[in-house]
Design a protein around this ligand. Structure first.
Ligand code: NAD
Length: 498
């Protein structure tokens, strides 16, 4: 069986000790196993990173950018193979895997501009003969702990920014689809990065705890579910680390009576069911405003959802593939059971879905649930599957309050032709990322990404200039070069520039 080992400087020994099985979600077969490491493996990675990081930090930013440029070229040259590998472990269709890689590459492109982005500030003559300048310096070793649902994009978001800024990086990817992160690290080495600059350690809680407690890792970026995010944030902060920890989501799409419903249905089909709903920026809740809008929308949604094609991840015509593991399939179906017990109306039922010829695959049929209310557990919690819930709102204010009061605050969208309503919504909604007639408002790489409430713990976003801030610390220098003699000031009084 194919074995996936840690990617450490100096190569890795064969897999020994605990392992985790890697499924092919389309066939239901185990296709590989990944090593699960702990403190000893992490220490090897830290030792190698510490050896190389000081030299990397003093490598001029233009040379660091050249590695990023070459890495981008190599990922592009290997994109098809990476996308196929990704989809074989994750289950998303190959075209969607291309998108996963592309959105990561866009942050690498931003990181290619590191010489410009890292320029500091300078004030000449802040006082008599005094200049002040500020610079951003790397932290040392950064660590990233990533989820299964974007095994290319999220690692690149993290290590692209961290490494360009002068840090070494240790990545702990999801143990469910770890092959692409390892491949990316191999390509990074091929791109000219020194050995040890980007390493990949595999594992579960044991490895994560080792990272959280390691005294030589000053900063951790995490993306995953909210309870774990909160744990990472608290324990990391307790250990005096800088932590950003992004959690789960339940994004709402508000549909105003004047919206173009054909466009909305098209957008919703992709945003709710694409990648089998396993996206933190999916739109699993639609909020039509007014009964008439709800009825018109539902009438258009039903045939559109029936027309969705579920297929294996290599099926070019499939809209979406299987979910990631058998446990996840059971979990999604259990949430549909809960919704039913809570009194919601199961309009289209994806439970018990079986794909002919692939009966062992982890497929869940597209599901539409109406008459969902805010008190229901199935509304309060993240389902993370191909399930769209309709929550009917009486008016704009009620529609605005639903995402605003929800425990998660990652993304939200409003569909309308009314600029005033859209503007009002965007300014008042208590959610971090807003789309106006845009169903999946993931900001471009030169803005930054981050949700609010239980979707994001910590106060600095990912990538863009925020990402750069996260992976660096600011130093402020006040300098004076006297030409001899004193200026007669009292050295015992706090200096002022007046
Ligand atoms: P997860 O929380 O199960 O796993 C994320 C990471 O945490 C993995 O690397 C995993 O090995 C590790 N982990 C798991 N259990 C742990 C434990 N008990 N202690 C320490 N570490 C542990 O998440 P997932 O299922 O891989 O990913 C899906 C979740 O990620 C969803 O909730 C989704 O909304 C969220 N997500 C959020 C964003 C965002 O930007 N907010 C982006 C993508 C995914």
């Amino acid at each position: 069986m194919r074995q996936i080992n840690h990617f450490l400087a100096g190569g890795a020994a064969p897999v020994t000790g605990r392992t985790h099985k890697i499924w092919n979600p389309s066939t239901g077969e185990v296709q590989a196993e990944v090593a699960l490491g702990g403190a000893d493996v992490l220490q090897q990675a830290v030792d190698a990173a510490m050896k190389i990081q000081p030299e990397w930090a003093t490598t001029n930013p233009q040379r660091r950018a050249r590695v990023m440029f070459e890495f981008k070229r190599l990922v592009e040259a290997n994109k098809q193979a990476l996308a196929e590998l990704l989809s074989s472990e994750h289950g998303k269709v190959v075209d969607d895997a291309h998108g996963d890689i592309q959105r990561g590459l866009e942050v690498i492109e931003f990181a290619c501009g590191i010489p410009q982005a890292l320029k500091g500030e300078y004030t000449q003559g802040a006082g008599p003969g005094i200049d002040v300048y500020s610079m951003r310096q790397p932290l040392g070793i950064g660590a990233g702990i990533t989820p299964f649902n974007f095994p290319a994009m999220i690692p690149m978001w993290m290590f692209g920014m961290a490494i360009a800024a002068g840090n070494a990086f240790i990545l702990k990817p999801s143990e469910r689809d770890p092959s692409v992160p390892v491949r990316l690290a191999e390509l990074f080495l091929e791109a000219g990065a020194p050995e040890g600059l980007l390493q990949v350690v595999h594992g579960d809680k044991e490895m994560v705890d080792a990272i959280l407690d390691h005294p030589d890792i000053p900063a951790i970026s995490f993306v995953g579910s909210s309870d774990i995010a909160h744990y990472i944030y608290s324990r990391g902060a307790e250990n005096s680390k800088r932590v950003q920890a992004f959690g789960g989501a339940k994004n709402h799409g508000v549909v105003m009576p004047d919206a173009d419903l054909d466009q909305v249905v098209n957008d919703l089909a992709g945003a709710a069911f694409g990648s089998a709903g396993e996206r933190c920026m999916a739109l699993p809740v639609v909020v039509p405003v007014g009964e008439d809008t709800a009825e018109r929308l539902k009438a258009k949604l039903i045939p559109a959802i029936h027309a969705l094609r579920v297929g294996v991840s290599t099926d070019k015509d499939a809209h979406y593939g299987p979910v990631v593991t058998p446990e996840h399939k059971a979990r999604v179906e259990a949430w549909i059971d809960t919704a039913e017990k809570e009194g919601a109306e199961i309009v289209i039922d994806g439970r018990g879905f079986s794909l002919q010829g692939h009966e062992q695959g982890f497929f869940v049929g597209p599901t539409l649930i109406d008459r969902v209310t805010p008190e229901m557990d199935s509304y309060h919690n993240e389902i993370f599957g191909p399930v769209l819930q309709i929550v009917r709102a009486r008016d704009f204010e009620e529609a605005l309050s639903l995402p605003s009061k929800h425990q998660y605050g990652n993304g939200v969208a409003i569909f309308t032709r009314n600029g005033h309503a859209a503007r009002e919504f965007a300014s008042r909604v208590n959610v971090g990322m807003v789309g106006i007639n845009v169903p999946i408002p993931v900001p471009v790489s030169y803005h930054s990404f981050g949700g609010w409430k239980r979707s994001g713990f910590g106060d600095i976003d990912q990538y863009g200039m925020e990402g750069l801030r996260f992976w660096t610390k600011g130093k402020k220098v006040t300098q004076r070069w006297p030409d001899g003699g004193g200026d007669g000031s009292n050295a015992f009084v706090i200096p002022t520039m007046g």
